[in-house]
Write a protein that binds this ligand. Structure first.
Ligand code: AMP
Length: 287
């Protein structure tokens, strides 16, 4: 496994691999590090599908708002490298902020409409930061396939829209959410949770399970507003859960819906704060 800090070096390595072995498929997994089994599942999927697997670890300042957790975002380089190695990753790209942004960027990639709701509304500028850094990373790595987790379902919708609109020659591969045994979706931010918060955070996955069961067992028309109300009431059972959003939208367009049966697929998307920690989770229901 090679660890690379500079863009030119990375480009050269990928170029050399491609010319040494004609027609190889390059798989790319962009992350912000503090790797867990969710990240590992993306690397494993890339390993299965591609000849060369590139992982990037970069905490992208552009996607954090002024009052967010950029400065305290968890980092553990040594453990990240061990996780990467265990999944058979070929190259770890570990650029510094100066390497990625040697001067303030005057070019921002901004995806409209799909970014209007959910995290786009709660975190202004977040998806501009994501789309811009992912564009830069795609240009640097030039992957054939890029692997993203459905944990960040809106991010996948945004990236897919960007790739389609801008004719980027990369296939986006969505990977399913990896959870702890008790249902909590893995997240680098789970480390912030106090024991009581960790326990109460199970309300997210239990709300999604309850909602899915309700939808599947419900006979006759069911309104998104009714389901949303049931989900909110469920989460309100936790005394410390503070709902940022609990929304039901068409997926992947992320447009509002009235009748759940009017679209082929919809998302139940949650963002809930426990103390200082904001967690997201979701499920997609396809008819
Ligand atoms: P992050 O490091 O949080 O930016 O995440 C990097 C990638 O890992 C994104 O595509 C995430 O959606 C994905 N990811 C994070 N948590 C999980 C999870 N629990 N299951 C699957 N993928 C995940």
């Amino acid at each position: 496994m090679q660890i690379i800090h500079h863009i030119q070096e990375l480009r050269q390595l990928v170029r050399e691999a491609k010319s040494a072995r004609g027609g190889i498929k390059v798989g790319f997994v962009p992350t912000m590090g503090y790797l867990h089994q969710g990240h590992a599942s993306l690397l494993e999927a890339a390993r299965k599908q591609c000849d060369l697997v590139v992982l990037s670890i970069f905490v992208n300042p552009l996607q954090f708002g002024p009052n967010e957790d950029l400065s305290r975002y968890p980092r553990d380089e040594e453990r990240d490298l061990a996780v990467a190695k265990a999944t058979g990753t070929d190259i770890v790209f570990f650029p510094s902020v100066e390497e990625m942004y040697p001067r303030p960027t005057k070019t921002i990639v901004s995806v409209i409409e799909v970014t209007e709701r959910l995290c786009g509304a709660s975190r202004p500028g977040h998806f501009d930061g994501v789309a811009t850094v992912v564009t830069k990373l795609f240009n640097i790595v030039q992957p054939d396939y890029a692997f993203f987790g459905m944990k960040d379902a809106q991010q996948i919708a945004v990236i897919q829209q960007m790739v389609d609109d801008l004719n980027m020659p990369v296939e986006i591969v969505p990977c399913k959410i990896v959870r702890e045994e008790d249902g909590l979706a893995l997240s680098s931010r789970n480390v912030y949770l106090e024991p009581e918060e960790r326990e109460q955070a199970l309300i997210l996955s239990s709300a999604l399970n309850m909602a899915e069961k309700l939808v599947r067992e419900h006979k006759g028309p069911l309104l998104a507003s009714e389901l949303q109300e049931a989900v909110k009431q469920h989460i309100d059972q936790s005394s410390i859960a503070e709902i940022d959003y609990a929304d039901i939208l068409a997926y992947p367009s992320l447009e509002p819906i009235t009748d759940l049966r009017s679209v082929p697929a919809f998302i139940i998307a949650l963002a809930v704060k426990f103390g200082k920690t904001r967690l997201i989770d979701n499920t997609i229901i396809r008819w």
